[in-house]
Design a protein. Structure first.
Length: 382
């Protein structure tokens, strides 16, 4: 199996050298776009490319508005703030995620509450969410939701679309609605993914994208908040641009805010990359299909496919092995051969800063953590 995988990847990427987990792809159009921004002198947080990238993103995802930020973590932080999260509150999310999800919550002075994921999507489990809320939460007289054990207000739910596979948003939204909780999607990995034809990141009150160098398209560093609510988009924009009031020359700011706007230089790169999203999606789908065929006859390896009713962007391909030993053996053999395969993130609830955070039963997350291996997933090299 190891030799087959190594041989397959050497042929797919046509190289005997190292094969990275995920690499960006740039051509002359990207160079031209960035050079244009440099020549225009608009390289910082003001410029036509940021506005254009926002319009293009909104258009592409079917969201009414997009607000660009310096990175995905900053986008999540602003979105959660705008959704009403305050210091001392709690925000429900999944333990199987990149650390940014919990960090955005913690930077607001709030505490993450970790609820289990499901095997089918690798995303937050609607059943686990409902059970935990029924067991551990209560409605207050004001109609808000409170953790009965800690007495803290639960202010939002943040599902994450793991590796680009859309979480079960309809069911999650139904549970969250019943508890009057806003949903902010961490769609950092899921640009181009859809569920029932709708873009990941456009189901909840807001959704956040990332354009870090390892994501499906990149701006170097960058992120965006998607929302259909004009007032929330305006507030997100205001909060991410030092809360400066509109005026031709006066420096007047009406609240403590962030300098989180995406620079024009980065947006110039993003505008070009977004025009190539369909090309990247097609390449990634081809690779995922080839992986699926490769592993289908192999006992004890399960390739993780897009959930029913979804089209995944297959940002990072992943397989499930029978146990931790089989996982470690595959990691050892492939990395020794120059292939960058990786285990999934250490569960957020096991990181020192989040060990004391409230959590429900996490059997599925623990089971998946031991068995997932991510495979090289770059859109094919030119
Ligand atoms: C990439 C990513 C983010 C945001 O990361 P930035 O590097 O800040 O853009 C957030 N959540 C998840 C799950 C991610 O994969």
């Amino acid at each position: 199996m190891f030799d087959e995988l190594i041989g397959f990847l050497r042929q797919w990427y046509r190289t005997d050298g190292p094969i990275p987990l995920h690499e960006p792809r740039f051509g002359p159009a990207e160079e031209h776009g960035v050079a244009g921004a440099v020549r225009s002198t608009f390289v910082s947080s003001v410029g036509p490319e940021v506005d254009r990238f926002e319009a293009d993103l909104a258009n592409r995802t079917g969201s009414r508005r997009a607000v660009c930020t310096v990175n995905g973590t900053a986008g999540l932080e602003v979105a959660l703030r705008v959704a009403g999260v305050e210091p001392g509150q709690e925000v429900i999310t999944q333990p199987l995620s990149f650390v940014a999800t919990a960090n955005a919550i913690a930077h607001l002075g709030a505490t993450p509450v970790f609820i289990d994921v499901e095997a089918e999507t690798l995303g937050l489990s609607p059943g686990a969410l409902e059970t935990w809320l029924d067991d551990s939460a209560e409605r207050t007289d004001e109609g808000t939701c409170r953790n009965r054990l800690t007495g803290k207000r639960i202010a939002a739910v943040v599902p994450m679309h793991t590796f680009g596979h859309p979480a079960r948003m309809n069911e999650l939204l139904a549970v969250a609605d019943r508890w009057n909780l806003p949903v902010v999607e961490d769609a950092a990995e899921a640009l181009g993914s859809t569920r029932q034809g709708l873009a990941a990141g456009t189901f909840g009150l807001m959704g956040c994208l990332s354009f870090n160098g390892n994501k499906i398209i990149t701006t170097g560093g960058g992120g965006a908040i998607l929302t259909d609510a004009e007032d929330l988009a305006d507030r997100a924009r205001h909060l991410s641009t030092t809360a400066r009031k509109k005026h031709a020359w006066l420096y007047e700011h009406d609240q403590v805010a962030w300098n989180y706007r995406m620079p024009n230089l980065n947006a110039a790169l993003g505008c070009v990359q977004l025009t190539r999203l369909d090309e990247f999606l097609a390449d990634k789908r081809q690779l995922a299909e080839a992986y699926g065929k490769l592993f289908a006859p192999i006992d004890g390896v399960e390739f993780i496919s897009e959930p029913p009713g979804c089209r995944s962007n297959y940002w990072l391909n992943a397989i499930l092995l029978p146990d931790r030993n089989a996982r470690d053996e595959l990691l050892r053999r492939t990395n020794r051969a120059g292939l960058a395969t990786r285990p999934v993130w250490t569960l957020l609830c096991d990181l020192p800063m989040y060990r004391a955070a409230p959590a429900g039963p996490l059997d599925q997350a623990r089971n998946l953590e031991e068995r997932i291996v991510n495979l090289p997933s770059s859109a094919r090299m030119p």
